[in-house]
Design a protein around this ligand. Structure first.
Ligand SMILES: O=C(O)CCC(=O)C(=O)O
Ligand SMILES: [Fe+2]
Length: 267
């Protein structure tokens, strides 16, 4: 285990505090197996409640074959086990904010959704650093596969307390992104989250970010808006919002990343 890259060292106020968090609450675990219409109704209602209260939930019995997931994890591990100079060839930088990116022969021409492979090596100073700093996912929805190591924490909607997300074998974590929060006019919540690291074990996670097409303009849905519930956001263009977030990821020390709060109607 070598030196810690200064880019990962957090300002004092953002460093993780390793107190034992009494898990007085956890994000909901939702079983997606249904056999009757009333089961479906119940699942839909649980997803709605979880999206309001937490903006995060885990699902089991999702229908994605375990072997497929294991195959993807194996390939990811092979990639991260390569020498650093090989991996550097696909490094993200300001000119190539997406790093290595496969356009899949244009099959997803208007689609800008993508999967990311996050690798967190053991860290010599977990109390100074974060694997991923606090942020909200910008898109519509994220589906995250994590291994059994743990480290993801989410800011509870009610009080901002950091709550760990327990690894559950073969579950997927689903979280609401910024677009969904705006479409629902703040009914559903795009929760802040971060990743703490540890000095013992490496960790792998694979989020899939569902994004609208770049030309889509985002605003609260008309059917949710009325005099009692006025639009809480001004319209903004998703492609521009995303591009600007991507660029400012590389300047985070100088400038705050653009957030949906900047489009609040009252401002
Ligand atoms: O590694 C994780 O558990 C979450 C990563 C994450 O939040 C992200 O890539 O946006
Ligand atoms: Fe995230």
């Amino acid at each position: 285990m070598g030196e810690i890259d200064p880019a990962f060292i957090q300002e004092t106020e953002y460093r993780p505090v390793f107190k034992t968090i009494e898990a007085d609450e956890e994000i909901p675990l939702i079983d997606l197996s249904v056999s009757t219409p009333s089961d479906t109704k119940e699942v839909v209602s649980k997803i709605g409640e979880a999206s309001k209260k937490w903006g995060f939930f885990q699902v089991i019995n999702h229908g994605v074959p375990l072997e497929l997931r294991q195959k993807i994890e194996k390939v990811a591990k092979e990639f991260f086990d390569q020498p650093m100079e090989e991996k550097r060839k696909v490094k993200r930088d300001e000119l190539h904010p997406m790093g290595y990116h496969d356009g899949l022969n244009g099959y997803f021409k208007d689609q800008i959704s993508f999967a990311r492979f996050n690798h967190y090596p053991p860290c010599p100073a977990p109390h100074l650093a974060l694997g991923v700093g606090r942020h909200k996912d910008g898109g519509a929805l994220t589906i995250l596969s994590q291994d059994d190591v743990g480290g993801l924490q989410i800011g509870r909607r009610s009080d901002g307390e950091w709550i760990p997300v327990k690894p559950i074998p073969d579950a997927f974590i689903i979280n609401i992104g910024n677009c969904m929060q705006v479409w629902s006019n703040d009914l559903y919540w795009s929760a802040e989250h971060r990743v703490v690291v540890n000095s013992q074990r490496e960790r792998l996670s694979i989020p899939f970010f569902f994004f609208p097409s770049h030309y889509v303009d985002i605003k609260p849905l008309d059917e949710l808006i009325n005099e009692q519930n006025p639009a809480k956001y001004k319209e903004f263009n998703w492609g521009k919002f995303f591009a600007s977030r991507n660029r400012s990821d590389y300047k985070k020390r100088e400038r705050e990343n653009i957030q949906i709060d900047h489009f609040k109607a009252s401002e």
